[in-house]
Write a protein that binds this ligand. Structure first.
Ligand SMILES: Cc1cc2nc3c(=O)[nH]c(=O)nc-3n(C[C@H](O)[C@H](O)[C@H](O)COP(=O)(O)OP(=O)(O)OC[C@H]3O[C@@H](n4cnc5c(N)ncnc54)[C@H](O)[C@@H]3O)c2cc1C
Length: 264
């Protein structure tokens, strides 16, 4: 990565006006991922001086500043209180502490990385994103969009609801990228299932979710059929970490396991 001009901004407004003024300006959060890319950045906009790294409860939501590091998220008691701490579980399984001390939740979401372990559990928690210009949008809607963002992600908002949650990621070694990950929640009598690192970006298994909510009994048979529905509706691909067929088999096992955990 080569940076031609570096600006540590003192307000979000200043950061946005630089972004608006040049198509070659790029936001830098932790910079952990950007520094691995060959990109030449004309103007690097550093958000680290804006105090966007707090984790608070506000108006029934856990609000995580976009510059909070994965380590802050992993260690937060507030985040841990959400659905068996699935977001903390996911954060602590990303690389080692040195990377987690640098990489941010905002960089993770803005990048929409297919390999993300964090986006998958956030998708089953009805997460909202707050951008400087656009305002609020659901994470699921944001993940569906293909256009590149030219905005500044300020906060990640998760409703504080009682519920059960489960997350798992399958990796060849603890510090590798995932082969597949999955998250399941049961909140207010509704089930959500997300599958990520397919190797494509995370998606909700909408048909499987609808099936679970129509099951008369939440038993092993319901979990089995929902898992079969999930593998039929989700697209899987192959890469150096695993074939599409292997991912399909992992998905079936993970969805079944997750459902049994949250429905028991
Ligand atoms: C070696 C390595 C291994 C990794 N392994 C895993 C893994 O196994 N699982 C996993 O889930 N993740 C993994 N990650 C990714 C990591 O979790 C982060 O997703 C990644 O580092 C991006 O966060 P960052 O703070 O470094 O973002 P940056 O590199 O600073 O930015 C990433 C992108 O997001 C944009 N951006 C950042 N913040 C904002 C904002 N507030 N508003 C708008 N745009 C913004 C930037 O312009 C850039 O395009 C790994 C990262 C590294 C470096």
């Amino acid at each position: 990565m080569k940076i031609n001009n570096y600006v540590k901004v003192s307000s979000v407004k200043e950061a946005y006006s630089i972004l608006e003024g040049s198509s070659k300006a790029t936001i830098i959060a932790g910079g952990a991922w950007l520094r691995l890319t060959p990109a030449e950045i004309d103007e690097a906009v550093d958000l680290s001086g804006l105090g966007l790294d707090s984790i608070d409860v506000n108006d029934g939501f856990v609000e995580i500043g976009s510059m909070a590091t994965l380590r802050q998220v992993e260690k937060s008691d507030i985040v841990k209180s959400l659905c068996n701490g699935i977001v903390c579980d996911a954060a602590e399984k990303i690389m080692g502490v040195t990377v987690r001390n640098i990489a941010t939740i905002g960089g993770t979401i803005s990048g929409k990385y297919g390999f993300s372990d964090l986006i998958t559990p956030l998708m089953v928690l009805d997460t909202e994103l707050e951008f400087h210009e656009r305002g609020r949008v659901s994470l699921v809607e944001f993940m569906d969009e293909t256009a590149k963002i030219r905005d500044i992600l300020l906060k990640i908002r998760i409703p504080m609801k009682e519920g059960r949650g489960w997350f798992e990621t399958i990796k060849i070694t603890a510090i590798d990228f995932p082969i597949l990950n999955a998250a399941v929640t049961r909140i207010d009598g509704k089930t959500k299932i997300a599958v990520g690192s397919r190797p494509y970006k995370a998606v909700l298994a909408e048909m499987a979710m609808a099936y679970v909510d129509t099951c008369g009994k939440h038993d092993a048979d319901c979990a089995e059929r929902a898992a079969m529905t999930a593998i039929a509706e989700i697209k899987f691909g192959s890469n150096s970490r695993g074939s599409a067929n292997y991912r399909k088999q992992l998905c079936e096992a993970l969805v079944k396991r997750g459902l049994r955990e949250v429905m028991s």
